[in-house]
Design a binder for this molecule. Structure first.
Ligand code: F0G
Length: 473
């Protein structure tokens, strides 16, 4: 589908700039040196070695003047801080969940919840588990199962809700499970691992019915719930004129609770929570919280950060903000589409996911083509992206293959201009044009869990460019 002229026009920012942070394009020699030093793992780069940082949309948002002002009214009391009261009211207001347990980020919330619910012999389904979610479930001895619909794996499918759960498979899993075997069903909004794809309200409603019939609580991973609600508004006709908050409430009414990394749709640099309707579980979560995070009115955070999160959580519900946010993703998509560059369609809420198998069809999975591509994007223009493929998830399969082989260009919120995105599109195009000469990488060092953060790689051959001095395979 060729982009319309309207789609390829950059969206107008619903804000103006008050503070700037300089960035600089490192020279090619500096980039080559940085690649060698980092073991070809972009997580190991220093930020001043990066020009445009699309590694993640998490904790990288620009805060508003109102949020910065919020930092100044931080009440740093250990117990009973008024910033916690504001945070609790905000989360209750958005979700309707009465019990709000703050945590310093999403995986801390996951640790709290799964250390209570996940046990050896239990199974926790999700549309697709994010890497930290899966790791926390497995750390507690349980099995993490992905149940997204088949279209989630068909990168060209234009299904409007590719984050949807495969309801018949969920029903089968719950019917065949022994009592207590499935302690909770999770749904991730939006499905980050599958391309930032949304879940429809129709699907959530069916999932909830299946869970209710089986007596299993439904929890959301609500990291990007506002982006999910934006897509519901756009693609489910019944909600075309419903506010994001109201759509959110309709979503949350279906669930028993949620975990959230406020570093995404909370527009803050740190923060998260677990929220639930279950008072008994909340009491146990608070005990865990005191052990691992801190007192229940700060949860491992400075109270000023809770204030910034309260304001950010509300700003993320604004339609102008979301229209621009998703508009930026679509703008980059339109520029790439015009060059015939393959990526996951339709573009999701927080970034573009390049389709690595079509970008580098000659590289077999063992040559880690996704990692090779992130290295080349950095080498070409100091653009930092992340592999979501064999390196991140291939340790699941005996043959090292991951179901999806993607490179994510995550767009931080309110940070980059359209000119930055046009630069990124140009870098991707230049790598695309020399794709036939790109060779793979191999992993030379890897920790047991979450290996993509710390692994080291070596290029397979010097043919991929001027990598003088790089370790040979
Ligand atoms: N769940 C989802 C869907 C996520 O995308 C993330 C983080 C987490 C949980 C964990 O939250 O980072 O605050 O501990 N995603 C980031 C990313 C890291 O780059 O997609 P966290």
């Amino acid at each position: 589908m060729a982009p319309t002229p309207r789609e390829s026009r950059p969206p107008v920012e619903p804000y103006k700039v008050k503070v700037v942070e300089s960035i600089r394009l490192p020279s090619i020699e500096e980039r080559e040196a940085a690649l060698r030093r980092s073991g070809y793992n972009l997580f190991q780069l220093r930020s001043d070695e990066v020009y445009i940082d699309l590694l993640t949309d998490s904790g990288t948002s620009a805060m508003s003047d109102r949020q910065w002002a919020g930092l100044m009214v931080g009440d740093e009391s250990y117990a009973g801080s008024r910033n916690f009261t504001h945070f609790e009211e905000t989360v209750r207001g958005i979700t309707g969940f009465p019990h709000v347990i703050p945590a310093h980020q999403g995986r801390a919330a996951e640790n709290l919840l799964f250390s209570l619910l996940a046990r050896p012999g239990t199974t926790i389904p999700n549309n697709m588990h994010f890497d930290t979610t899966k790791a926390h479930i497995e750390r507690n001895g349980a099995k993490a199962v992905n149940l997204a619909i088949d279209e989630a794996y068909d990168l060209a499918s234009l299904h409007p809700f590719k984050g949807n759960v495969d309801v018949p498979r969920l029903r089968r899993l719950l019917t065949e499970a022994t009592p207590g075997e499935v302690p909770v069903v999770m749904v991730t909004l939006t499905n980050n691992t599958g391309g930032g794809q949304p879940v429809s309200l129709a699907n959530l409603t069916e999932v909830r019915e299946v869970c209710r019939a089986a007596g299993v609580p439904l929890y959301f991973d609500m990291c990007r719930w506002a982006e999910n609600a934006f897509f519901i508004r756009e693609r489910e006709p019944a909600f075309a004129s419903t506010s994001i908050r109201e759509i959110g409430r309709t979503m949350f009414d279906l669930a028993e609770g949620a975990t959230m990394s406020a570093k995404k749709d909370g527009l803050v640099n740190i923060g998260g929570f677990v929220a639930t309707r279950d008072g008994a579980l909340a009491a146990r979560l608070k005990e865990q919280l005191i052990l691992f995070e801190g007192f229940p009115t700060y949860g491992g955070l400075a109270r000023r950060d809770l204030e910034a999160a309260s304001i950010g959580l509300q700003e993320a519900c604004e339609l102008d903000y979301l229209t621009h946010r998703v508009g930026q993703v679509r703008y980059l998509a339109a520029l790439l589409e015009a060059e015939g560059i393959p990526f996951v369609h339709p573009p999701g809420g927080h970034g573009i996911y390049l389709d690595v198998r079509r970008f580098l069809p000659n590289l077999p999975a063992v040559d880690l083509p996704g990692q090779a591509l992130v290295v080349e994007l950095y080498r070409e223009g100091a653009v930092r992206t992340v592999e979501v493929g064999a390196v991140m998830f291939g340790d699941d399969a005996s043959d090292g293959h991951a179901p999806l082989e993607l490179v994510r260009l995550a767009i931080p919120r309110r940070v980059y201009s359209s000119a930055h995105l046009a630069y990124v599109a140009d870098v991707v195009r230049r790598v695309w044009e020399r794709r036939s000469s790109i060779t793979g990488v191999r992993m030379v060092e890897a920790p047991e869990r979450l290996r993509h953060f710390l692994a080291r790689f070596a290029p397979l051959a010097a043919a991929s460019g001027p990598v003088a001095g790089a370790p040979a395979s």
